[in-house]
Design a protein around this ligand. Sequence first.
Ligand code: PMT
Length: 408
Amino acid sequence: MSVLQDKKIVLGVTGCIAVYKAAELVRQLVKLGADVHVVMTESAREFMAPLTFQTLSGNPVITEMFKLYEERKIGHITMAQRGDIVVVAPATANIIGKAANGIADEILSTVLIATRKPVLFAPAMNEGMWEHPAVMRNVQMLKDLGRCFVEPGSGDLACGDSGRGRLADIADIVDEIELMLSPSDFTGTRALVTAGPTQEFIDPVRFISNPSSGKMGYALARALRHRGADVVLISGPTMLPVPRGVHTVHIGSAQEMAAAVDTHFPASDIIIKAAAVADYRPRVVSMHKVKKNDDAPRIDLERTTDILADLGNKKGKRLLVGFAAETQDVLANARGKLERKNLDLIVANDVTIMDGGFGSDMNKATLLLPGGETVDVPAMTKQDLAHRILDCLAGIKLKLRDIPDEPA
Ligand code: PMT
């Protein structure tokens, strides 16, 4: 289940050209299961009609201070109490100034004063306005009050200027909301995640690899960060954007992955190996492109390091999680890997299913624990599966905390 499933989000929309992007924000939040209630200022309504937001959110849009909501409740008080979070996107210099200085003279500024829920601002304005000392001071005042910000990005601005002040990417705003609404049960944990394929070069233009997209590992890195962990992600070549707030190390081959894991392993409490590491590489890499001729060339292969097995031998008190990508005897093969590699948990996935395995946004898995316990996880998004894996790990962490250390 998505972190945002059934969460009530009050979205304040203020007047600037980026209002149209707020419509996409509503669409994405609703897609993730959130119940979105939009509050629009008068100037926001100059840019877009409330009907757009009403249609996308499925809820009435609040525009007036003293109109009764749902026929008997006062709008600003209902909104202030209703949400799990209040998000203002786009947030103008005006609303930031009002919120920082306690001014409540219309519906949204009044919601912002009345609420006791977490508040997130996503500012959007001209660069000169954003950099103005009064705006900077107001932003700092709000941060000091515990309000959160998704900082604006750089690029072409609606006024024709170019610079800092564009509304942050919608994906980043959603990411920040997820972070603010996630449990923080991994706070203080240092996590190492591997993701994606490795590439084992035959010559400068050819390599042996596999179809891993990195989605599963990246989802785990994001979920860990949302739940409070400090995360290092070691990634093979993928097309995915680097997850926000995650220290990402890019590698190419299994050997490079092994070296990067070696560097970061000592400072990690939890290691999750979702990467699809090549088991074999060419014994010799040709310096130049192998020329085509009538005889098919023979490629002599050798084993790569089994990184996970190595970690299993030296893990100490760290929690070690592996994946098993299987096409037959899924559970038996996965349990063999769990035992041989001395893991605390293995995620068995059948990579032959349609909606799962390599490349898909979805996955279906069985989590296997050393005591013989298994947890079947039905098909769901990789992001949701990542949270299920973390739920299971949180349980293991708790159990380990209760076991006293052996006497030296
Ligand atoms: O990246 P996606 O497109 O989202 O796809 C996700 C996935 C299918 C790649 C992922 O869910 C998955 O199953 N990852 C593990 C793939 C794999 O290499 O499985 P394996 O059964 O061959 O390896 C078992 C474990 O040993 C894995 O944790 C692997 O990272 C590790 N290993 C394997 C070989 C090796 N030389 N070193 C290793 O550390």
